[in-house]
Design a protein around this ligand. Structure first.
Ligand code: AHG
Ligand code: MN
Ligand code: MN
Length: 339
């Protein structure tokens, strides 16, 4: 059977009363922006989009002190420009912008807030390895016409929609509206995302983990013990061999886990303890946690459910444990119940 388009999928969701016209427009606009980003990434060196933003003498940093790549800046501009004028949003926030961006007065306003990591996996851009875009949608609180940082500080459980696009051998959009997680593949000739997997389910058990093991010496004791037991394999306490993968693009690692199971962990370590973790809560951890839970997986901070965290800051960081439900539970148990 011929797959249906994202447009048809969303119209059917709207007719079923699951989403309104504004949310449909929002997702269509984000998807269109992601197609533009996909085209830019696909051109690679031919499009002049590789390398650092700024000049050789002065590297351009974002508010988190990370060097911006040209594609970080370009992807941010593409998403911003596409979403400003449609009337579906009250405001936006991004990894690459210091503060929230209320919709300018010149444009009509809607009731949604959009957060995004415009380009995830920046270290992989110049080496032609998969990168992605992550987004999260919240309601703008009632009576707020000019949303600032504080209005975005809602727990992940308040998300109305979350998704990511992975720019890999094929470009895919993975989406949840709170009723399952669905995957769409970009048909480059037609220019449309087509529904290729409805209701993805993450296997509950796994023998594959994704952790940056080069940080091992900086981890807390429970994380040290957990990974040592994984590495001990069949003859260790876990009684089975584990395989390891680490793309260093969260989107690509999570996409693999949605496809064949696994556990992804970026724990607290001595290097990132002062910041609270490595990954950002609002536009990396929360949307991924929503997508993973909707596919039957688990998502935790190592101590509690990720989606229950009450955010304090727009660019707040958090430890992330997500993927196959039973394996996430085991990893969390090492932290909460070391015995
Ligand atoms: P970003 O490119 O948006 O800053 O995010 C990169 C993140 C995430 O995608 C990935 O899992 C992690 O950083 C990789 O971290 P290491 O370089 O420490 O492996
Ligand atoms: Mn990222
Ligand atoms: Mn990024």
């Amino acid at each position: 059977m011929k797959p249906i388009s994202l447009t048809r999928f969303l119209i059917e969701e709207q007719h079923a009363g699951h989403i309104n016209a504004d949310l449909r427009l929002l997702i269509e606009v984000v998807a269109r922006a992601c197609k533009t980003i996909s085209t830019a990434i696909g051109k690679g060196a031919l499009g002049g989009v590789l390398g650092e933003a700024g000049t050789a003498d002065s590297i351009q940093l974002n508010i988190q002190g990370e060097a911006q790549k040209k594609l970080d800046v370009l992807s941010n501009e593409i998403l911003l420009e596409a979403n400003e004028w449609g009337g579906h949003l009250a405001g936006l926030a991004s990894e690459e912008m210091d503060h929230a961006h209320p919709i300018p007065h010149a444009f009509p306003k809607g009731n949604y807030l959009l957060l995004f990591d415009p380009l995830d996996g920046s270290s992989n851009i110049d080496v032609n390895i998969s990168v992605g875009t992550i987004f999260s949608v919240l309601h703008c609180p009632d009576e707020v016409t000019e949303p600032h940082d504080e209005h975005f500080l809602q727990p992940g459980s308040a998300q109305v929609c979350a998704g990511y696009t992975t720019y890999g051998p094929s470009t895919m959009l993975v989406l949840t509206l709170g009723r399952g997680t669905h995957a769409f593949t970009l048909d480059r000739e037609q220019g449309s995302f087509m529904l290729t997997r409805r209701d993805l389910r993450i296997p509950e058990d796994t023998q594959e983990f994704a952790v940056n093991v080069s940080n091992q010496r900086h981890w807390e004791a429970p994380m040290q013990r957990y990974v040592a037991d994984l590495l001990a394999g069949k003859t260790g306490p876990r009684g089975k061999d584990f395989n390891m993968r680490w793309v260093a693009s969260m989107v690509a690692d999570v996409h693999r886990i949605l496809t064949r199971g696994g556990v992804f962990i970026y724990p607290l370590d001595a290097k990132c303890r002062d910041k609270g973790g490595r990954l950002r809560l609002m536009y990396e951890a929360n949307p991924m946690a929503f997508i993973v839970e909707q596919a039957g997986g688990g998502a935790s901070t190592g101590r509690g459910r990720l989606l229950d965290v009450e955010p304090r800051e727009l660019h707040q960081r958090i430890p992330v444990f997500l993927g196959s439900k039973n394996e996430v539970a085991v990893a969390v148990r090492y932290h909460t119940d070391p015995a």
